[in-house]
Ligand binder design. Structure first.
Ligand code: FES
Length: 82
């Protein structure tokens, strides 16, 4: 499955195109403790329409969990592409 990422002219990266949710908003929600796609959906609405952003959100969650367990830092889009 390909990535579903769009940048606007303010260089914001939209992960959820359907609901207009950016990577920064999702990262902030994860940092605040939203630890599942369901929790992100409840907080921001992301993944509430077509669902094509779910793999990217899951990869962001996995990356965050990995960061809290090790110092290795892979960009979440690299994990999603793998
Ligand atoms: S891109 Fe997120 S629900 Fe469609």
């Amino acid at each position: 499955m390909g990535l579903n990422l769009i940048f606007d002219y303010n260089n914001r990266m939209f992960v959820c195109i359907c609901l207009g949710v950016t990577d920064q908003e999702i990262s902030n929600a994860i940092e605040e403790g939203h630890d599942s796609v369901y929790a992100i959906n409840r907080e921001l609405g992301a993944a509430g329409c077509c669902g094509s952003c779910m793999p990217t959100i899951e990869a962001m969650l996995d990356t965050h969990k990995g960061k809290s367990q090790s110092s290795e830092e892979l960009p979440y889009y690299a994990a999603a592409a793998g």
